[in-house]
Design a protein. Structure first.
Length: 641
């Protein structure tokens, strides 16, 4: 079975435990699990969050046997609506965790009872009368349920619910700190107990309380939620709620498997949570941690941080200094060896020159939904497989990984995170059968270093494209694609120098179209421009390497080269005439392309030599030829009368 799992904030203990439950049964069943995840922070820019959320646009759900959706960890309702719509459109079985969607199976953990019991405990056992609540995001279903438990406990204890004692955070520690600052600055008395909607915010609150001189639990009892590792091993240990997250993951997988097999599923009652009273509210811990395990984990974490922080800092410096994609790939390979990942894939959308040039003039590639998105194909410039580097050419993005990588493999799990800068998606990274993205904040920072470096290279490419575009605009004629005056004179004096050094003559041909004014008057200037373009194309066909070709004016062209004799000049003019005749024969237009040409050959070693005079000399010769043609035409017309 091949399943997709979608969730946000994979590094939270609660999300990790759910993934552990899913993987326990999935790997044992030889199922392959694709985990699509990202990190979104409420104080990040909307563009950054959009780039993170782009990962949920990636999976084509019709490619999977089923989906497990942890929607209450993805805080953007528009993103969730889009994801749910695509799942339903694909017609694949889906199990939603904690949030009900019409037509989708739902499995829930009890979410109010734990906060109710803690709040009730603070009031009855610790005599709290003014309780502050640090909530999760206001639109989040988990946060809403926990706030409801808090509100109900107050009302059942005949304490008025006051919205001003509620602070809405984002489940991260800084929210806890900000909440305490909010309570401290608000009018009225400071809360005599704090209930937080998760342990990370409770820990942020603890240190903010300590900085303000409040003792926990002596002056302010404090609680969290989720029974996270850091909260269990904190001193004082944080009173919290232990939820059956591993069981939820197991049950979600089993229910999905049953649906895929076509089995009937009975509605399951809520999975119950358990309150763990501990020192942060003034109680003895009912589930003491084993000190030896904690001490070992502290040392292990310290070694990990020491090693990885050096890698992150160094990679940030080295990545910033690269100017090309090739240099960046070389640096990334070097650091992946230091990190010692076993199986890793960097999957990038191909950015073609047209994309770069569009970006250079302020245009963005937009997908159908209106956000910068993924292209249909990706390639893998870096793949790590047991210490060996490989590359994979373009493949269908719906596969996530090249077919030769996943073919025949069972019991695998792949963690997929976005590569982006702000809202612009570059691609994604895949870690296979690894917990690095779950267990290491620093690996996330390493990926962010890659993101920033990709943006630096993109901007460098954009700058180069802008320079090339400006160069072309400066030296090339936009209508015909040949040199304009600036381009011609930029290189002409090098040719003059070469002619002097080699003691060779300079040849200049001056060409002027015949009848352009009549064509403009009769057919319009668009047809006249087509006339000029056609002549420019013929001149380019005749033109050889080392010769300078310029559009001198509206319908005038100049060619300059060295070491031409009169015979060479006449042969050159004859060749232009042959191409004009061929054009007229093939195009068969009402008007005929024609031109008058004159040339001059001069020795540049003469002291009086002047390049402008050389061109004017050829121009005068051209007008002599043009006048002869006019006189001949008049004579022919008189002869026929």
């Amino acid at each position: 079975m091949k399943i997709a799992v979608l969730l946000g904030g994979l590094r939270f203990d609660s999300q990790r435990r759910i993934i552990n439950g899913i993987l326990e049964n999935a790997v044992e069943d030889d199922s392959n699990v694709y985990i699509f995840t990202c990190d979104v922070w409420t104080y990040s820019s909307a563009d950054y969050n959009e780039g993170e959320h782009s990962i949920f646009k990636l999976p084509d759900f019709s490619e999977y046997d089923g989906v497990i959706l942890h929607g209450d960890t993805i805080y953007d309702s528009d993103v969730m609506d889009e994801v749910v719509g695509r799942i339903k459109e694909a017609g694949v079985p889906c199990v939603s965790l904690n949030i009900e969607y019409p037509g989708i199976h739902c499995l829930k953990m009890e979410n109010e009872k734990g906060v109710y019991e803690i709040t009730d405990h603070f009031i009855k056992v610790h005599a709290a009368k003014r309780l502050g609540f640090i909530s999760g995001p206001e639109s989040n279903k988990d946060a809403t349920g926990r706030l409801n438990g808090f509100r109900k406990a107050l009302l059942d204890n005949h304490i008025r619910y006051d919205e001003s004692y509620v602070f809405y955070g984002d489940y991260h520690p800084d929210s806890g700190k900000e909440a305490i600052e909010y309570f401290y600055d608000m009018p009225g008395r400071f809360p005599d107990a704090i209930v937080a909607a998760n342990d990370e915010m409770a820990l942020g609150a603890f240190y903010a309380l300590q900085d303000l001189g409040y003792e926990v639990p002596g002056q302010v009892p404090l609680s969290g939620y989720d029974n996270a590792y850091v909260a269990r091993n904190h001193s004082p240990r944080i009173t919290s709620v232990k939820r059956p997250e591993v069981e939820l993951g197991r049950e979600a997988y089993n229910r999905l498997k049953a649906v895929v097999r076509g089995e009937n599923i009975e509605e399951k009652k809520l999975l119950e949570s358990t309150v763990v009273f501990a020192e942060s509210c003034g109680c003895e811990s009912s589930e003491p941690e084993q000190e030896i395990n904690f001490r070992r984990n502290v040392v292990k974490d310290k070694l990990h941080v020491t090693n990885y922080s050096e890698i992150v800092r160094s990679s940030s410096a080295d990545f910033t200094g690269v100017a090309t994609m090739e240099e960046l790939m070389e640096q990334i390979r070097r650091y992946l060896l230091l990190i010692d990942v076993k199986e890793f894939y960097m999957c990038l959308c191909e950015m073609e020159q047209a994309d770069i040039e569009n970006l250079a003039i302020g245009k963005k590639r937009i997908d159908e939904e209106g956000a910068v998105g993924y292209k249909p194909e990706v390639y893998v410039p870096i793949a790590v497989q047991n210490g060996t580097f490989k590359e994979y050419e373009n493949y269908d993005i719906r596969q996530i990984l090249p077919e030769q990588v996943t073919e025949g493999k069972k019991g695998q799990f792949y963690t997929i995170v976005p590569l982006h800068y702000q809202e612009r998606s570059f691609g994604y990274c895949v870690l296979a059968n690894s917990r690095l993205l779950m267990d290491s904040d620093l690996f996330h920072l390493f990926v962010m270093n890659i993101n920033n470096a990709l943006e630096n290279v993109r901007k460098q490419n954009m700058l180069n494209a802008m320079v090339q575009k400006l160069n072309k605009m400066w030296i090339y004629d936009s209508l015909t694609g040949v040199f304009n005056r600036a381009g011609f004179f930029r290189f002409a004096y090098d040719m003059v120098t070469e002619a002097k050094e080699k003691r060779q003559n300079l040849f200049v041909l001056f060409l002027d179209l015949d009848g352009l004014k009549a064509i403009n008057d009769k057919f319009g200037h668009d047809v006249g421009d087509e006339f000029i373009r056609a002549m420019g194309k013929i001149m380019q066909q005749v033109h050889k390497h080392g010769q300078l070709l310029m559009r001198y004016g509206g319908d005038e062209f100049v060619v300059m080269t060295i070491n031409f004799s009169d015979e060479d000049a006449l042969a050159y003019i004859e060749k232009i005439k042959e191409h004009i005749d061929t054009y007229n024969e093939v195009e068969n237009k009402v008007y005929k392309l024609d031109a008058s040409m004159g040339y001059t050959i001069m020795n540049p070693r003469e002291k009086s030599f002047d390049l402008e005079e050389l061109i004017e000399s050829a121009d005068r010769e051209m007008y002599r030829v043009k006048n002869l043609k006019k006189q001949q035409k008049i004579a022919e017309e008189n002869a026929t009368e």
